[in-house]
Design a protein around this ligand. Structure first.
Ligand code: NAG
Ligand code: NAG
Ligand code: NAG
Ligand code: NAG
Ligand code: NAG
Ligand code: NAG
Ligand code: NAG
Ligand code: NAG
Length: 836
């Protein structure tokens, strides 16, 4: 046992100044110079899609070889490009992008994903008219895919020299990440990579996700293949008339009204051109988008995609040819009582009452407006004006000819270095997801600049009560908060608490106390906010809404709050704010007592979902009540036994309230990830090992679905949950990555501020041995250099542990009931008998 006294004696000795540059870890490789492009690893040319690809080489598509399947080997993101060596005549190619192979066979591949605009193409099918040899680069980002297909949709032939993606994310190969993990179990090694790849492709540097609209001083905003993006100006406009001029370049134009910011549902309208033969792609579906028509829909889009529901309301014929490359004047009036009318060039085309159409809830005529273009469409917008429908007062005008338009409509180049929830979808900076992302970064990519950038981005969205936007979009200035506050961007209160884990992870991994001191007043607002959510009657947390379980007197949210307060206490200690530290400690203790008094169900042996649902329990409740140390040893043991009640292959269902016989119930690697961490912290190594193998195993076992990255949801047959809409590169599903580093290899941070930046580290091979591993190694990047461990079990029940430590740090070696302090060296070798 490392006593306090002993630690105090060790510190001064260990902090003698050894030059940090001397630290040369074993297994270390020089980082490759960053490449700008991603290239496919595999290619198959034929008449059908095919997973079995060979090496990439120059290839030709013609009337016998119609389709090429390209495999990038793992999740990649960027601007697609094609180097064409030869083309017989103008030909059209239809390119599809998909995270899973199976998505390529779908009409819209694994899209569209109009949940947000995300500075990317909203569509996964993109058509090109190729007229001459040379390089073609797609104008919009395809944020995440492993697979791509190219189909010739006209006659003729085309020969490709090279195909790839101009990278919009870090191109460092996994083998070159500062953080590494390896063991004798190849499946675990692949599973470790899942989170690492997800965090690598979901985090983007400032200035890399370029503006999606082009602004011309005369012709205005040029918009392609992107869901309507809304102005910040009109979140509360109601019963208004929108007028604008549009010149359709190809196919049609999309505008949306009564479309609340940061919410999906609004009125969606599309004007389709006369679809002239010369400029209409051969693959345009004229049933979906009939020539010379106005389409009206309510919801996210005009087609359905899994949970993004669209209610296609009607198609209206325009009584004249809507010529392309000609200006048209469009006026749409929303009137009180639900009247909606559209006129094109002064002719009324639509005049309806919205209440005559079936929608799941009444359509409100309040909310912002915006402009877009459907799949493969392109159009210009200018001379926008808005007036009050009743009294005619003009409330908004914009010629759309100045680049300011990009900031106003959220389509400007990204202003921050941020981690998104996924590179494909939703491409929003989700606060709650950052919990796992920040931890994964610490054990793999070590892109602490991106962790810090993400925290800074959130801090810019903070409002007076301390809350931060739970999902700020990249394309708007995050410090403009007012337009987002009315519609739920500050909802899901538990995301504030999950977000606090992100700053705690960052400070633990880097010891960046400069950043912490500078931003401490803002984190302190969240101390007040959290303590303010404790109910004076029962001492439990009450918040307006929560993702992880009941928002009032629930075990998941209350125990998560205990953990957050403990983390805030450590941060307060690190900046010398004793008052805040005491407040956090006292609040955490009182909350912990209140949870044990009111939420522990001794009959069931588990924490109840909430005080008003005593008979149910959840993965998140167990996870946070165990990980935060709220549970006693007795409670931990019983709660672990109760887990069987949540077991639903290939993992655990979120709550006992979810039916095990309902095939649509999906397993969340996010909540199972919270649990996984808690299992190892509680010593339930075998259960943890089984969960990694069964749940994360699904993500690496099947070439038809594996993307190389961790998934958002998994269904009960081990396929991606939420159908094609699912993000298959979601760091929130990547907890196995840091858990393997911390437990299977056994590299962990020392407790409390003394562990910040790995000044004090822990090496403990015990969990890995319990998992049956013969050998494991891992490496993490610390401010003073690499910390690495490699342990091997020899045949005669002995384990040899070799440690490379950064200079001026000290460690604790934990093995069985042994706790040995390691100090004063940069290499240690320990040999221990394994007792069975
Ligand atoms: C493709 O380009 C050729 C040559 O510029 C043009 O004649 C043809 O109309 C274009 N086709 C489409 C669908 O844009
Ligand atoms: C064209 O669109 C219609 C209407 O959405 C749809 O039913 C049909 O399947 C589509 N056709 C093709 C070939 O995708
Ligand atoms: C989308 O799904 C909803 C619910 O199932 C359905 O009511 C609606 O008609 C569908 N929309 C389209 C465009 O198919
Ligand atoms: C529309 O915009 C163009 C270009 O900015 C301008 O010349 C024209 O006067 C505008 N028309 C109206 C009606 O505002
Ligand atoms: C006209 O409408 C505007 C915008 O809705 C409103 O602010 C204004 O008070 C109205 N004016 C009158 C005279 O009703
Ligand atoms: C506090 O809890 C009591 C029940 O224990 C409830 O009636 C009350 O509404 C809660 N107060 C707040 C502010 O949530
Ligand atoms: C668990 O929750 C479900 C759904 O809310 C409810 O029907 C059921 O009664 C609850 N079970 C117990 C044992 O309380
Ligand atoms: C450590 O554990 C071993 C058995 O694993 C036991 O024999 C020994 O007494 C323990 N030592 C201490 C100090 O608890």
């Amino acid at each position: 046992m490392l006593s306090l006294l002993k630690a105090a004696w060790i510190i001064p000795f260990c902090f003698s100044s050894l030059p940090t540059a001397l630290c040369v870890p074993f297994n270390s490789k020089a980082r490759s110079p960053p490449a700008r492009d991603f290239f496919p690893r595999g290619l198959r040319v034929g008449t059908e899609l095919d997973t079995e690809t060979g090496d990439f080489a120059s290839f030709t598509l013609d009337d016998t070889s119609l389709i090429a399947t390209l495999d990038y080997g793992t999740e990649r993101g960027g601007y697609p490009f094609f180097l064409v060596a030869d083309v017989s005549q103008p030909v059209q190619i239809e390119v599809k992008y998909s995270e899973s192979f199976v998505g390529l066979a779908q009409p819209w591949a694994d899209g569209p994903y109009p949940f947000s605009t995300g500075l990317a193409n909203s569509y996964r099918v993109e058509t090109f008219n190729v007229t001459s040899p040379g390089r073609i680069t797609a104008p919009l980002i395809q944020g995440g895919q492993r697979w791509e297909s190219i189909r010739l949709v006209t006659s003729g032939s085309i020969t490709f020299e090279t195909i790839g993606l101009e990278a919009t994310v870090d191109t460092t190969e996994i083998e070159d990440f500062p953080g590494q993990f390896s063991s004798n179990d190849e499946q675990l090694n692949s599973i470790w990579k899942l989170g690492a790849v997800a965090a690598s492709t979901a985090c983007v540097e400032e200035g890399t996700q370029l503006a999606t609209w082009e602004i011309d001083p005369v012709t205005g905003a040029f918009i392609r293949s992107q869901r309507a993006s809304q102005t910040l100006a009109g979140p509360l406009y109601s019963d208004y008339t929108l007028s604008f001029d549009t010149m359709i370049d190809r196919g049609g134009v999309w505008w949306a009204m009564a479309f609340p910011l940061a919410r999906g549902e609004g009125l969606q309208l599309q004007l389709i051109s006369d679809l002239p033969e010369g400029s209409t792609f051969a693959n345009v579906n004229k049933t979906q988008t009939p020539a010379n028509s106005v389409l009206l829909s309510y919801g996210y889009d005009f087609v359905n995609q899994t949970t993004l529901t669209s209610y296609y309301l009607d198609t209206f014929a325009v009584p004249f040819a809507v010529a392309e490359k000609t200006w048209h004047h469009v006026t749409t009036a929303l009137s009180p009582g639900g009247r909606l009318s559209v006129s094109i060039n002064g002719q009324v085309v639509v005049d309806i009452s919205i209440t005559d159409y079936w929608t799941p809830a009444p359509v409100s005529f309040t909310g912002s407006f915006g402009f877009g273009a459907w799949q493969d469409q392109a159009a210009y917008i200018r001379n926008v004006s808005v007036s009050d429908t009743i009294n005619g007062t003009v409330i908004y005008t914009n010629p759309m000819t100045s680049v300011d338009v990009l900031a106003e409509y959220g389509t400007q180049t990204n202003l921050g270095s941020v981690c998104l929830d996924g590179p494909k979808r939703d491409r929003l900076v989700w606060l709650g997801d950052f919990y796992h992302t920040a931890r994964i970064i610490g054990s793999s990519t070590s892109r602490f600049d991106l962790t810090k950038g993400t925290l800074e981005f959130f801090l810019r969205t903070q409002i007076a009560n301390g809350e931060m936007n739970i999902a700020p979009p990249m394309g708007y200035d995050p410090s403009i908060t007012a337009p987002f506050t009315p519609f739920g961007s500050y909802g899901l209160s538990d995301y504030q608490l999950l977000g606090l884990d992100g700053v705690h992870s960052y400070i633990r991994q880097t010891n960046d106390l400069g950043f912490l001191r500078e931003t401490w007043p803002q984190w302190k607002l969240l101390v007040d906010w959290t303590i303010g959510k404790v109910n004076s009657t029962d001492g439990l947390i009450y918040v307006p809404s929560a993702f992880l379980g009941p928002s009032q007197a629930g075990s998941a949210v209350s125990c998560l709050a205990v953990q957050a307060l403990q983390q805030l206490s450590e941060l307060a200690q690190a900046v010398g704010d004793d008052t805040s530290k005491s407040r956090c400690d006292a609040a955490a203790q009182a909350l912990s007592d209140a949870v044990n008094r009111q939420l522990w169900n001794e009959d069931l042996g588990v924490y109840s979902l909430s005080t008003s649902d005593k008979g149910n329990f959840s993965v998140a409740g167990i996870a946070f009540c165990l990980a935060s140390g709220v549970s006693t040893q007795h409670q931990t043991a019983r709660a672990l036994a109760a887990l069987d009640g949540l077991s639903l292959s290939p993992g655990y269902k979120d709550s006992t309230a979810a039916s095990s016989t309902d095939p649509t119930v999906v397993i969340s690697p996010n909540t199972n990830g919270f649990l996984l961490d808690a299992l190892f912290k509680s010593g339930a190594y075998t259960t943890g090992h089984q969960l990694i193998k069964s749940l994360w195993g699904t993500m690496v076992n099947n070439k038809q679905t594996s993307s190389g990255a961790s998934w958002e949801y998994v269904d009960q047959s081990g396929n991606p949950g939420l159908s094609y809409f699912t993000s298959l590169a979601h760091p929130w599903g990547g907890a196995a990555t840091y858990v393997l580093t911390e437990w299977a290899a056994g590299i962990r941070l020392g407790p409390g501020p003394e562990g910040f930046g790995y000044k004090h580290w822990i090496i403990a091979p015990e969990a890995g041995l319990a998992m049956g591993l013969q050998t494991a190694s891992a490496r993490v990047k610390t401010p003073a250099g690499f910390l690495a461990v490699e342990w091997t079990k020899s045949s005669k029940d002995e384990v040899t542990v070799r440690i490379d430590a950064p200079p001026a740090t000290y460690g604790t070696f934990k093995f069985g009931n042994e706790t040995k302090s390691l100090c004063g060296q940069i290499q240690y070798t320990l040999v221990r008998k394994i007792s069975s």
